[in-house]
Design a protein. Structure first.
Length: 345
């Protein structure tokens, strides 16, 4: 059995998936708290660097640097990691690339995350679903470090602190904060997790009538057009689509009183900064990845249907052909839940 005294430097691999990477950060917070002398190097992409800023003393190696592209770049990356002298690798992705890289380095100890594929298959199959809560990614990340001889308890959820100085992006877009600010991220490129456009527009209208500012988040050309359309239609609505970096989005979410979001990145970002989130679930389900680390499960808005969940990420074709799981969630249901969350803040 390897004890933590024999592990001095650990390489953490997480290269893809913004939501999944954000959930892994909670495990790193617990690791740093219980092992302050441990050297941690994170192999990730530069875009995800803001996610790890809550973990002190972390060093980075960015796999998307130009010098690491192509076959020759893979060799340079391997050499760069080898020179670090790591004695343990925590593969929190378990993809083909991360697994090959971990095994080729041959450290004293390697541990790969369990993707719970069999459990997910039982939960999302058409018939005889096994409706049980799967272990969240943050907990499965902790198990990886346990296998390396680095046991720890998960840290307490992040709680929002009073903002002394608003971030620059908020000042530029909305000025000084007055009243209640709400964030909305209703759209997704995956049909199973995308709140229908007419209902999303109605929901934003309800929130705009009740609260002082409503910030609409989105990525890509299609979502940007929707966000800008909402900004034009409602005076108190501000579009954030492609107007803020990941770091700026996190700072802005920290200022919000609540966030309304589908099962996507904004839900994970809200958990990282301690902002309460009202989550909308369609083809996916909180049993698969939980409703966000530290978030209240009661704030999950969903409709019970025998076909749910049918997908891990909302990409599968709807069995009914109409995405009733999303259409039956009315804007009034979501707005009522937001009102309860705001009152409880």
């Amino acid at each position: 059995m390897v004890t933590h005294s024999s592990v001095k430097h650990v390489l953490v691999i997480r290269l893809r998936g913004l939501s999944q990477t954000a959930m892994c950060v909670h495990a790193l917070r617990g690791l740093r708290r219980d092992f302050p002398e441990l050297k941690i190097t994170v192999l990730t992409v530069r875009q995800f660097e803001p996610l790890f800023r809550g973990v002190e003393g972390v060093e980075y190696l960015f796999a998307d640097e130009p010098c690491y592209k192509g076959v020759a770049g893979e060799w340079r990356l391997w050499r760069s990691i080898q020179r670090l002298g790591v004695d343990a690798i925590a593969d929190l992705e378990a993809s083909g690339r991360s697994s090959r890289l971990a095994f080729s380095l041959k450290p004293r100890r390697i541990a790969h995350i369990d993707k719970s594929r069999n459990e997910r298959r039982l939960l999302t199959r058409k018939f005889r679903k096994v409706m049980t809560q799967l272990e969240p990614l943050s907990q499965r990340s902790r198990e990886v470090f346990n296998q390396l001889g680095l046991p720890f308890c998960m840290p307490a959820p992040i709680r929002r602190r009073r903002i002394v100085e608003p971030p620059q992006i908020a000042t530029i877009l909305a000025g000084e904060k007055r009243g209640v600010w709400i964030g909305v991220a209703p759209l997704s490129p995956n049909h199973g997790t995308c709140y229908p456009i007419p209902q999303a527009a109605e929901l934003i209208g309800l929130l705009a009538d009740k609260y002082d500012k409503v910030f609409v988040f989105g990525n890509g050309k299609y979502e940007r057009q929707f966000c800008e359309g909402m900004q034009t239609k409602f005076e108190s609505v501000i579009s954030i689509a492609e107007r803020a970096s990941l770091s700026e989005q996190m700072e802005l979410i920290k200022m919000l009183d609540a966030v309304v979001t589908i099962d996507g990145p904004i839900l994970s970002l809200a958990s990282l900064v301690g902002t309460p989130a009202v989550s909308i679930w369609g083809a996916t389900h909180p049993f698969i990845e939980s409703c966000g680390y530290g978030q209240n499960p009661a704030n999950s808005v969903q409709i019970d249907l025998p076909c749910r969940p049918c997908s891990v990420d909302g990409r599968h074709q709807c069995l009914l052909g109409s995405h009733e799981c999303m259409r039956r969630i009315t804007p009034q249901m979501v707005a009522k839940r937001v009102e309860e969350v705001v009152k409880g803040c």
